[in-house]
Ligand binder design. Structure first.
Ligand SMILES: Cc1cc2nc3c(=O)[nH]c(=O)nc-3n(C[C@H](O)[C@H](O)[C@H](O)COP(=O)(O)OP(=O)(O)OC[C@H]3O[C@@H](n4cnc5c(N)ncnc54)[C@H](O)[C@@H]3O)c2cc1C
Ligand code: FES
Length: 259
């Protein structure tokens, strides 16, 4: 992991209160594992804690990476004001375990489920799968049409089957990602998911009796991001131990931790 002043190439709105920021710098060379994340310092001196943001895409040829973030509070609001040419203090990549995009084989049934700002790390994962000729089924869930992003980006992946769900039916199908999951005739071989904790819990429960190789990425509040502060601890599925999301995850196998 490295600490670096990365240069903002672009920072634009892609959905309501949702921004896509492209960054460049030597750190990009180290971004090789989908599901890992960057710890971004908030511009200004008063907000000390960095903000964890997933890597949404990496372009090694261009020397750039992309993050997508939603304006939730003061930190992300300040990030949204950054302009091309500004510097952002970035630490990363963080996380030991990402989505195992190297494991599925072409022909496997690979399902990706993203909810809201859980979608970005799955886009990076889907692109890595596409490089290995593994095509994906994608379910994207959002509250409403104005929150939807990356639908077209996923559709442009070779042979991707993309379904958008919105709570109010204003884009795609009305309902949740679980409704879409319930309509599938059989469980997938691989399932990669990121989104709200309740969504991940329902997905894991749905797959309880299948042979699905399931992985979830957890987006909890963090302090240090490197395993030193215990801010992100969660219990293991067998209740005998714990994992730190920043150091041991942020991606975990189904049942590895209590959701
Ligand atoms: C591994 C990881 C990857 C993440 N990837 C992304 C991403 O790709 N895009 C994205 O938009 N967000 C992502 N998040 C969540 C993001 O870190 C928070 O939204 C951000 O820290 C909020 O900072 P803030 O200063 O704007 O808000 P704050 O003022 O700190 O908080 C505002 C609101 O955001 C909530 N919040 C704060 N931190 C988190 C958190 N870590 N997770 C969930 N809710 C939080 C608070 O409960 C509060 O409601 C990720 C989190 C983790 C741990
Ligand atoms: S954020 Fe400090 S231990 Fe995970």
């Amino acid at each position: 992991m490295k600490n670096e002043q990365m240069t903002v190439r672009e920072n634009k709105t892609i959905a309501e209160k949702t921004y896509e920021m492209t960054l460049s710098g030597p750190l990009v060379e180290h971004l090789v594992n989908p599901g890992t994340f960057l710890h971004v310092a908030v511009p200004g001196d008063d907000l000390v804690l960095r903000r964890p943001i997933s890597i949404a895409a990496v372009d090694q040829d261009a020397g750039t990476c992309t993050i997508v973030y939603k304006e939730e509070g003061e930190g992300t609001k300040r990030l949204s004001r950054c302009r091309a040419g500004d510097s952002v203090d970035v630490f990363g990549p963080l996380g030991k375990q990402g989505f195992p995009a190297e494991q599925p084989s072409p022909g496997d049934d690979v399902l990706i489920i993203g909810g809201g700002v859980g979608v970005p790390p799955l886009y990076y994962t889907a692109r890595e799968l596409a490089k290995r000729d593994v095509s994906v089924s994608v379910i994207l869930g959002f509250q409403t049409a104005t929150a939807v992003f990356y639908e077209q980006a996923f559709r442009e992946l070779p042979d991707a089957d993309v379904r958008v769900m919105t709570d109010d039916g204003s884009n795609g199908h009305a309902g949740t990602v679980i409704d879409a999951l319930n309509e599938r005739p059989s469980p997938p071989d691989w399932l990669f998911a990121c989104g709200p904790r309740g969504m991940l819990r329902a997905i894991e429960a749905h797959a309880a009796h299948s042979k699905t190789n399931g992985y979830v990425s957890l987006e909890e509040r963090m302090g240090c991001g490197i395993g030193a502060c215990f801010a992100c601890v969660c219990e293991t599925g067998d209740h005998t131990s714990y994992r730190k999301i920043c150091r041991d995850g942020p991606v975990f196998r189904f049942k590895e931790v209590v959701l």
